[in-house]
Write a protein that binds this ligand. Sequence first.
Ligand SMILES: Nc1nc2c(ncn2[C@@H]2O[C@H](COP(=O)(O)OP(=O)(O)OP(=O)(O)O)[C@@H](O)[C@H]2O)c(=O)[nH]1
Ligand SMILES: [Mg+2]
Length: 272
Amino acid sequence: MPVFPESPASLAPRQLPRRRHGVTADASPSSPAGCCLVIIPVRNEAAAIGRVIAGCRRQGARVWVVDNGSTDGTPAVALAAGASRVLTCPSRLGGKTAALRFALQELAAMEDIPWICFMDGDGQHRPDDLPLLLAAGLDGADVVVGNRFPSAGRMPFARFWTNRLMSAFLNTICGGAAPDTQCGYRLLRREILTGWLPAGRHYEFETELYVHAVRRGAVVRSVPIPTIYAGERSKIVWLRDTLRFALCAARLLLAPARRVPRALPSSNGPGG
Ligand SMILES: Nc1nc2c(ncn2[C@@H]2O[C@H](COP(=O)(O)OP(=O)(O)OP(=O)(O)O)[C@@H](O)[C@H]2O)c(=O)[nH]1
Ligand SMILES: [Mg+2]
């Protein structure tokens, strides 16, 4: 059983603000993660997505999967495993960020959910760590980012240095301090996402969202998570995606560093 900062029952009333459109059938308000929607981008992850979703459901979270271009039956596996929605991104040309952008557009029209979690569907992020992220959120963070560096010995050499250098660069341009800005496993207070959509289409999502959150004045906290590389096939193409990152970084560097006053709800309660 996961360890939570408080009992589920004592958290439920604060966690679940009054829903404007009612409670959906798969919400689990009695569990801490019941206030959390996990959004998972997937392309050809049929081998891993079932256990990732089952793990999220065990935590009580509801799950959306957003696919574009899978040819291995990933959407059917996701539905069978308990995803409440499988979205198909209409932009076949786009990648992970285009898919997540599409999910965020859908989210804007949906009922109120106080916490949004992003997680990869290839098995590199453990749903069992969700309570850790939630605990940090409940403790006052607006954004909780996984930090793989304490166990980064398991990270491939090139990926280790790319993540290190990208994180150092991004923290310099936006004034943040998270050690692992590229980690796709992160939890956010929903308000952080209000009115925001990423501009890129590929692997820029983590970069853009991190800079947006820090510049918005969010309280960002990192929690250690295990580094998992178990033979999954990465879809990153080093040269192509490094060039895309450079373009994204240049765009963020040139964007006016608007550090808007903190306009987020009090960090005391999960629902604000
Ligand atoms: N919808 C969608 N998801 C994608 C696309 N490309 C990657 N993903 C998903 O995004 C997540 C992360 O992709 P990976 O290729 O593993 O990237 P990564 O984890 O940052 O890189 P590694 O460290 O090499 O594993 C996985 O769940 C992928 O299935 C895409 O084009 N569309
Ligand atoms: Mg991966």
